[in-house]
Design a protein around this ligand. Sequence first.
Ligand code: AMP
Ligand code: ZN
Length: 470
Amino acid sequence: MNFRVYNTLTRQKEVFKPLKECEVGIYTCGPTVYHYAHIGNLRTYLAEDAQVRALRFLGWKVKRVMNITDVGHLVSDADTGEDKMEQGARREGKSAWEIAKFYTEAFFKDYYALNCVKPDVTCPATEYIQEMIDLGLTLEGKGYTYPIPGDGVYFDTSKLPDYGKLAGKAHVEGIREGARVEANAAKRNPADFAVWKFAAPGEQRQMEWDSPWGKGFPGWHMECSAMAMKHLGETIDMHWGGEDHVAIHHTNEIAQSEAATGKPFSNYWLHARFLVMGDLGKMSKSSGDFLTVSTLPQKGYEPLAYRYYCLLTHYRKQLEFTWEGVEAAARGLDGLRALAQKIKQEAGTAPHALDKDAKYYKDFCEALADDVNMPAAMAVLWETLKDNTIPAPQRLAFAAAAEEVTALDLFKEKEAGELAPELMDLIKEREAARKAKDWKKSDELRKALSDKGVLIEDAPGGTKWRLARG
Ligand code: AMP
Ligand code: ZN
């Protein structure tokens, strides 16, 4: 079966042709760890996770590399402004290193709560400074860079005839226009970007290294080129990220990698569309006002309800986040689990081998192979599990197999229907507070319950509770 992917580079769905037979090397732009990852970031990682799981399910060997951006990502995409890590350090009165450690751990806590698979290689940028310097020296040796005294070493984008091919011509004009607004007058072209930066005048940086150009730190795009090539080779199979990376970050990764090696950098470029939130539009970390995976239990939802929510929309469609949508997803997931339990009971101890010739199995695989069409795969799963004409043992085997891709803890038993009396008392106390419109107390009690693993929902018929599973 052909595995198809939509390639941003060619703007079409293509049959995936690997560099090595049956093997896939995937590089993914990881989080910038100056703050918590928001659920928008995690939408992108969930899309990637579904693809990795789908590829493995279909028999591919996958090596996935994820970087951790812990230095050099500046507040402005035009390579000006403060380093986000230093900004995070100032915000919290900690060192940039402490910030990086804390938010890397926080990211993986959320990532695993969503049942995402551990990347095969996780690489923090600060551990690859020498590789970035070496890449910069290669570019310098080939005449692609120029210094701006007191600022840094820049890549001259006019030297690459196909600069901007990922984003498309119109898009590139847009970048040029955009960059002009905060143009660095010393740059030869508005789209030129930093390979190495020096600390701004008067800035006391916490993270800096010696280099042949002077003390400083790498330009943000350098890390992904250096680490992808180090772990996956000069040409890689697939490169992933969110849609915001097309115009600048990935465009510049391509420019510097291909200038250095003379070879294509990545054969396929994949991008997840954004999660947006009603009037707020796109969810952004820098605004500081965002939802995290940990916010979900506080509102009465387990993290996997969000995984299910994301699986129901194709990753190349924008996803509008609403609490009603999460509520519907939580109920849908409960329904799917109840169905799986029912089938398990019906199947009893009868042997249950997976029927790989069955139409539903082939349809499921076909959906996965079709640019990871998870909404279609979920529809096949639902229809098959509901179909009483298929023997229960076969449905059970299919549900168990599908779980390798969906990872929704389908067979997690519903917890006992009773709570410890002291917890029931807290729920009653909260209901009383709500009736008295004492919202402060009601919120405090919700938080106290959530800390003990009990999630509260205020449904039209009264307060409901369930145990956090995530
Ligand atoms: P960052 O931590 O900002 O470097 O972003 C981590 C990943 O999340 C990148 O792949 C981004 O493209 C992606 N991303 C950022 N915002 C969103 C959003 N609102 N929806 C989906 N993905 C996003
Ligand atoms: Zn990157």
